[in-house]
Design a protein around this ligand. Structure first.
Ligand code: FAD
Ligand code: SIN
Length: 521
């Protein structure tokens, strides 16, 4: 089937839906999403969204905290723009119907604090903020007559001049995006979506690693598509590991224990119940994430244990049960009463700071292609994202991209010369084991050699192992009818390759990139 839409949006998380709602008055919008519309990292966000809402805080402080967490390599212009826009974007979320908790008197937002923040500035909805944001945006988008949301539609590749038979390299000037090819997961048909403007909002790539807080859909599809289309990517060496995921080895994704708990008084402890963060940073359990994750990693290696503890008991029983109901219920379901017991935790891959390189308006290096949310790299996070700045970045860049796309779309047509997908000669690969086993191998390689602590030798080893996996999978791809698992595997391999390549090129320890070979002697 062939479709023509003014605005094509890939992804129905906070970035995709915010953009869709903004451009909808100006044309027909089609949102493709590979699973159920509500599935994505957005709905799992716990802590909340950072914004300066009152005079007790200031833009300058939030800017300063973001720059410090980013370890000196954030883009200052981007940081200032994003943080100054935050209050407007928050008010819009409220207008769309998103509810944030209010304080006792009910006239101000109740604000939490997280690692790296010098003030209480995290707007939240109990400990399930993302679920509330996703619900509010999805309901608003479903009400809009110009927005069509199509579930179980897996976007495979961007359509560019390459599909018109031209040779496209990363040096080709003026690469253009004409839309995407997408697999209808119910019929296994590959459809052609022609668009005037396309937004990638495909989220993160946590599943490159064996332990991750991100949902199974986070397979770096947008980044891999741009890589194949020869667009510009950046900063992928900066994979953020969240210090505190619940240690429950069989569970995938790993359940998050929000940093807001540390903001409320929970403390990290070793297996003997002793605090240890004083050895690493004067901000203790509330130091930025890269520092805390490395400290936990080191303590785990020193003790030979697979987990440490978060002691949430100082928060108090009532506050724990009322303020953190999701975590309380989850832990209780596996026999841990957080009002009495310490919580076993370990770090998990959580957020990709790098991605599709975009300018201030979310514009990528490919014409008429925008990116927003976790799949993009705006320069806001530098070497390490400040907690709760990613939901914020997503709404700010969805807004900027929408404003630019509304102008961009004027006078554009559809490129009807684009051919349909050619699947001739392909056979259905029935050996799922080839895909599942390769994915597992990849995730272990990345966890063991390209994790929180790296070295030249580990990166080389990962690269060599990945090469073999890459060749085997390309061979499978060239013979097989395309399926979602195969396509995701290819995308994960591409992302892993890019992470390793960028990690090897970064010859200085900064933010989340930490190599034993780069320690100052
Ligand atoms: P997502 O919400 O991940 O949505 C991606 C969308 O793209 C999905 O709809 C998916 O189906 C679709 N998609 C992907 N690939 C394809 C494809 N090939 N074809 C079609 N559709 C596709 N950040 C904060 O600021 N505050 C927090 O408190 C916070 N807590 C978090 C807690 C957890 C457990 C996790 C995992 C992350 C948390 N983050 C938090 C990070 C934040 O939630 C994410 O960065 C953000 O939600 C990403 O939004 P997004 O719209 O970019 O992507
Ligand atoms: C958390 O709640 O700890 C996650 C916040 C974030 O990833 O920004």
């Amino acid at each position: 089937m062939r479709y023509e839409v003014d605005f094509l949006v890939i992804g129905s998380g906070i970035a995709g839906l915010s953009f869709a709602l903004k451009v909808a008055p100006y044309g027909k919008v089609c949102v493709l999403t590979k699973g159920d519309a509500s599935e994505g990292s957005t709905r799992y966000a716990q802590g909340g969204i950072a914004a300066v809402m009152y005079d007790s805080d200031s833009f300058d402080k939030h800017i300063h905290d973001t720059l410090v967490a980013g370890d000196g390599i954030c883009n200052r212009e981007v940081v200032e723009m994003t943080i100054r826009q935050a209050p407007d974007r928050i008010r819009e979320l409220v207008q769309y119907g998103v509810g944030f908790d209010l304080d006792g008197k009910g006239d101000r937002f109740d604000l939490h604090r997280e690692g790296g923040h010098s003030e209480f500035r995290i707007l939240h909805h109990k400990d399930n903020t993302g679920e509330e944001i996703e619900r509010g945006l999805l309901e608003a988008a479903r009400r809009h007559p110009n927005i069509e949301i199509k579930e179980r539609q897996f976007s495979i590749d961007l359509i560019t001049q390459h599909h018109l038979g031209q040779r496209v390299t990363k040096h080709t000037p003026g690469i253009e995006c004409y839309g995407v090819y997408a697999l209808d997961c119910d019929t296994n048909r590959i459809d052609t979506y022609l668009a005037k403007v396309t937004l990638l909002a495909t989220g993160g790539m946590g599943n490159v690693y064996s332990t991750t807080t991100t949902p199974v859909i986070s397979t770096g599809d947008g980044v891999a598509m741009v890589h194949r289309a020869r667009g510009v990517l950046s900063d992928l060496e900066f994979m953020q590991f969240h210090p505190t995921s619940l240690y429950n080895p069989a569970e995938k994704p790993a359940f998050l224990i929000t940093e807001a708990m540390r903001g409320a008084g929970a403390v990290l402890k070793d297996r003997n119940g002793n605090e240890f963060m004083q050895k690493y940073d004067k901000r203790l359990s509330l130091a930025p994430r890269d520092i805390v994750a490395r400290a936990i990693d080191n303590e785990m290696k020193l003790s030979g244990r697979d987990y440490l503890y978060l002691d949430a008991r100082p928060i108090g029983k009532q506050h724990l049960i009322e303020g953190f109901p999701t975590i309380y219920a989850k832990c209780l379901s596996i026999g841990i009463d957080i009002t009495r017991d310490m919580i076993p935790i370990r770090p998990a891959a959580h957020y990709q700071c790098g991605g599709i390189k975009v300018g201030l308006n979310g514009e990528s290096s490919i014409r008429h292609l925008y990116a927003a949310g976790e799949c993009s790299c705006t320069g806001l996070h530098g070497g390490n994202r400040l907690a709760s700045n990613s939901l914020l970045e997503a709404v700010v860049y969805a807004h900027n991209a929408a404003m630019a796309a509304i102008e961009d779309v004027k006078g554009l047509g559809f490129n009807t010369a684009v051919p349909d997908w050619n699947a001739e000669g392909m056979v259905l690969n029935e050996e799922m084991i080839l895909i599942t086993q390769t994915k597992r191998e990849l995730q272990e390689i990345m966890w063991n050699y390209v994790g929180i602590v790296r070295s030249d030798l580990r990166l080389q080893r990962a690269f060599d192992r990945l090469n073999l996996i890459f060749r085997e999978t390309e061979d499978l791809y060239n013979r097989s009818v395309l399926t979602e698992p195969l396509s995701e595997l290819r995308n994960l391999i591409a992302c892993a390759y890019l992470i390793i390549k960028m990690a090897r090129a970064r010859r200085q320890n900064v933010g989340l990139h930490y190599s034993l070979d780069l320690l100052e002697k």
